[in-house]
Design a protein around this ligand. Structure first.
Ligand code: SF4
Length: 946
């Protein structure tokens, strides 16, 4: 604690000073101390992590005598669109006392080597040279003895921003190691959105919520998790918007909603499909939008349940050309592929037709809409109500409001984390598609996204510094895009960027972690358990995995195999033993014994650090130059400066990576080992790693790298002309002027205007530019063999399987109120605002039936494992549900056994599907991600003597 304290009693005992005139006495005793407390000799810009939705709040950081004394929200955002409130003030309670973390006892200030057994807590302080030599040798040993895929990096941009993430991955990419895709590691990937749009991340700017007339929030608790932007919801309500919270528990967000709709856990698909049924049955759907934007008018063969394709009708025809029945001419006509504009065609949505195939036979076909309509009979409001527990009249009311208003559905982070999350989200998207509620202001699915900051990605491709080299890289990219478009003239800019990303995979270390978990972490036992899976999974998980691999659906993706155990595992800021589903149960048992060197890079001792062999201390926010992950929610590049130097031996992650690169190069030369071929068959050379990392020794510190990133991003045109690092240092943040080159930001598919809020997908709805899906339309019908086999070609409701065993409670979760993940969870100031320790929230009646009183310790358990923690009683939780919010450190639990222990980390087998248009991997996209919601558990009181 560095804030001066004031002892008034001590002041009272001091002799009274002789009276002076006001002029001679500018300050007086205790007032003077108070004034001194709020003095500073330096102010810098700072910001924090990303998962606080949207994060990136620009803060002013006040420094006195080399110590950060406090911070405050800058609150300097201008108005963007006339009549729409500005973004100010962005901040939250964690940000308001972030500086306390810099001086907290859990900070690690020197490199440490484990002295006892892993997790025993015995450490030896060592020099950086010793630590990096040991790590460099471990990496070289692994490459020499087992191959470069045995070196694995996991991490998060939350700890150190872009600079930290890019630095370590630069080494891993160079040596041909494995970098686990963070979007699956943290399960922020929405398969439902990806299946429908061929991209996972439609995101509107925060202020666009102001344009909404009707907002449904589901799978989110925004008053906990969207603190900086939730005011737009309140402001929209002042303007007359109605808001709905759909949640199983009566969460704290319900008091800010006009309607609270309690739903049985994991039954959102039934609600969405019930609404869709009403919208169609009452003829409330927007037929023109459905015909133009979706695949619902495309013809389906009734004999195969597959789309009618050109290859069905013509010898040598294409598999990705599809058909309408034109109601105007009475003909089957090809759906345009290069545009969504149907021109003179009037695609029928209903009817049964006959077509003659290339082999002369005839089959019956019908629009997908007709099949959907038939399936929706199972979800008439009374039937849907029996599943989801919502009154049929409420389902009708929600449907009618969605259909008649400018409406949006914010389906939060929890919506990705259920076994059938894809079906739930697809059902909500169907409601939006039927009602024309995307691609205009105030509408749409609202999700998280990133992009626009191209500098780091251009840097990765450069072999020299400077704008000339940047232009060279840009022209090579332009040539490649032109080449792709020459191969397929119907490719849009967005599709070409995706194609480029997908084709570059053999050169990338980033990989879907599903293979790492399968081959290295023992999850295949869980994934193959039939009773923990959906009954429509007809074969074992292994059989699906083998088919996916043998058909080459994941070809070109760097991936670990069972032939080569992980030898070096580096965790940078991610705290894998806390956040990995089944963390300690799976990883300590399966991964830890394999790995010869486990390394944590972090600014604090966390649970993963406690079980590591080496701990490398990183600089904190405010102690390094970095940029936090930019998002379309904010549309600004936010700068975080080195307000103070890191204490003792802590170093910025870029500096750690640079020194590691130098040490690997040195050791490789000393050991006479440099050149090798990695598992993807690419030649590598360790002896030139340092040169490559620093681009000929020019980029030895993060300040210089940051300059280049900003310069290159400006060169692309995504920052205003003339922007430099100095501009950012003065202003703290700068609004983007365009999306840039990244496919993820192009996925927003809307013009970025300086004086308007942003709503995704306006290129699709206004310019009729196709979607990057197989059918080039928002795709609700997935005729992949596996989806047909599972009965999931259209969204349906399926019950959550009993993951973890047949137990009476369903466990849910969410970000807690007091921390972003576990970063702030032991901040002493924040801890004083709540019970300060993990707890499970449980319904009073459930607890009473088990003789459990408030704050008594219970054991939460299932077939996977257990954790012990006190109960917080609340009638807001529905009977049969328990909530353990996310973000506690395992070491805060008895025996360090935390809630992840009961999570089997199931993945849905269908998400291994590939070989089908957009169902393929590119960074952060289509891949299986583990499930942690809806796990089954039981709860038992712990008697005092146990
Ligand atoms: Fe903003 Fe996140 Fe910092 Fe809070 S923790 S002030 S939400 S950036």
């Amino acid at each position: 604690m560095f804030v001066p304290t004031l002892d008034l009693r001590a002041l009272q005992q001091q002799p009274k000073p002789a009276a002076k005139s006001q002029k001679e006495q500018p300050y007086r005793a205790w007032e003077d101390l108070y004034r001194q407390k709020w003095q500073w000799d330096k102010v810098a810009w700072g910001s924090h992590c990303v998962d606080c939705y949207p994060g990136n709040c620009p803060y002013r950081v006040y420094v006195k005598d080399g110590i950060v004394r406090w911070e405050e929200p800058a609150a300097t955002f201008p108005t963007i669109e006339e009549g729409v409130p500005d973004m100010n003030p962005m901040g939250c309670q964690k940000g308001a006392c972030w500086s306390q973390l810099l001086y907290a006892p859990e900070r690690v200030l020197h490199p440490l080597r484990r002295a006892g057994a892993r997790g025993e807590g015995k450490w030896t302080r060592i020099s950086w040279d010793e630590a990096l030599t040991e790590l460099a040798d471990a990496i070289i040993d692994a490459i020499q003895e087992a191959g470069s895929h045995c070196v694995v990096l996991e991490g998060t941009p939350a700890q150190g921003g872009m600079m930290a993430t890019m630095a370590l991955s630069r080494i891993i990419n160079y040596i041909g190691g494995i970098h686990n895709d963070v979007n699956a590691v943290i399960n922020d990937f929405s398969p439902g959105i990806y299946l429908t749009f061929g991209k996972f991340n439609p995101a509107s700017s925060n202020d666009d919520i102001f344009h909404t007339e009707f907002l449904i929030t589901t799978h989110a608790n925004p008053v906990y998790t969207m603190i900086p932007s939730h005011h737009f919801v309140a402001e929209a309500r002042y303007k007359g918007a109605e808001t709905v919270l759909v949640a199983p528990d009566c969460s704290p967000s319900h008091i800010h909603a006009d309607y609270y709709v309690p739903i049985r856990v994991a039954t959102d698909a039934a609600l969405g499909l019930g609404m869709a049924q009403v919208i169609i049955a009452e003829n409330l759907f927007k037929a023109d939008f459905v015909k133009e934007q979706t695949d619902l008018p495309l013809l389906i063969r009734l004999d195969t349940r597959k789309f009618l394709r050109q290859s069905d009708l013509e010898a040598g025809g294409r598999d990705d050309h599809f058909y309408f029945f034109d109601a105007r001419t009475g003909q089957v006509v090809e759906a345009p592929r290069g545009t969504l504009d149907v021109g003179e065609i009037d695609p029928a949505l209903e009817g049964l037709y006959r077509v003659r195939l290339a082999d002369g036979s005839e089959v019956e076909v019908t629009p997908a809409f007709e099949i959907l309509k038939e399936k929706l009979r199972d979800y008439e409001p009374e039937k849907a109500s029996a599943i989801c527990g919502i009154n049929p009249d409420v389902i009708r009311m929600l449907a009618r409001k969605m259909a008649t208003k400018t409406a949006a559905i914010f389906s939060g982070g929890t919506s990705f984390k259920y076994y059938h999350a894809d079906l739930q989200v697809r059902a909500y998207l169907l409601v939006m598609g039927l009602t024309g509620n995307w691609g205009k202001k105030g509408t749409g699915p609202i999700e998280w996204s990133t992009g626009s900051f191209d500098g780091p990605f251009l840097f990765a491709a450069k072999s020299r510094s400077g704008v000339e080299e940047t232009q060279q890289v840009l022209s090579i990219r332009a040539e490649m895009i032109a080449q792709l478009k020459a191969e397929d003239p119907s490719l849009t800019e967005e599709m070409a960027a995706i194609e480029l990303a997908a084709r570059s995979m053999p050169n990338q270390s980033m990989t879907p972690p599903v293979f790492f978990w399968y081959y290295q972490c023992g999850y295949q036992d869980n994934w193959n358990r039939r009773e923990w899976n959906d009954p429509s999974m007809r074969r074992t998980f292994d059989e699906y995995m083998n088919e996916a691999l043998s058909k080459g659906w994941w070809e070109g993706v760097a991936r670990p195999t069972d032939q080569a155990p992980t030898r070096v595992y580096i965790e940078c800021g991610g705290n894998t033993l806390r956040r990995t589903r089944g963390g300690q149960v799976q990883l300590l048992k399966h991964l830890w014994p394999k790995a010869k060197k486990i390394v944590t890079i972090d600014w604090r001792m966390n649970t993963t650090g406690l079980y590591s062999d080496l701990f490398l201390p990183a600089a904190h926010h405010y102690e390094k130059v970095t940029f936090h992950i930019p998002t379309p929610h904010l549309l600004n590049l936010t700068f975080s400066d080195r307000a103070v130097d890191p204490p003792d031996e802590a170093l910025p992650e870029y500096e750690i990576a640079r020194r590691l690169a130098e040490k690997i190069t040195e050791r490789a030369r000393d050991r006479g080992f440099g050149e090798y071929v990695d598992a993807n068959g690419l030649p590598r050379d360790l002896s030139s790693l340092y040169d490559a990392f620093t681009i000929g020794g020019e980029f030895v510190d993060s300040e210089r790298v940051a300059e280049e990133w900003v310069q290159d991003t400006t060169a692309v045109g995504t920052l205003p002309k003339g922007t430099t690092l100095d501009t950012l240092r003065q202003k703290g943040y700068i609004r983007f002027t365009d999306w840039g080159l990244s496919p993820i930001s192009l996925n927003q598919a809307s013009d970025l205007k300086p004086d308007e809020t942003h709503a995704a997908f306006r290129w699709h709805t206004e310019k009729k530019i196709p979607y990057p899906t197989l059918t080039r339309r928002a795709q609700f019908y997935i005729d992949h063999d596996w989806f047909l086999e599972a009965g999931e070609e259209l969204p349906v409701h399926k019950e959550d399987p009993a993951q973890g065993g047949d137990y009476p409670f369903v466990m849910t979760s969410g970000h807690n109120r007091w921390s972003i993940h576990s970063m702030n969870i032991v901040n002493r100031i924040i801890q004083q605002t709540h019970r300060g320790r993990p707890h499970v929230v449980m319904n009073n009646d459930d607890a009473a039936a088990r003789g459990i009183r408030d704050n008594e310790e219970v054991r939460v358990f299932n077939d996977m494992g257990y954790c012990c923690l006190p109960v917080k009683l609340s009638p807001s939780v529905r009977p049969g549900q328990v909530i353990i919010y996310n973000g506690w450190e395992p070491y805060q639990f008895r025996e360090w056994q935390d809630a992840a222990n009961v999570e089997p980390g199931m993945v849905k087998w269908l998400h291994l599907a590939g070989g089908y248009g957009h169902l393929r991997y590119w960074p952060l996209q289509w891949q299986p991600a583990p499930i942690d919601r809806g796990v089954r558990v039981d709860v038992k009181k712990i008697e005092a003597d146990t």
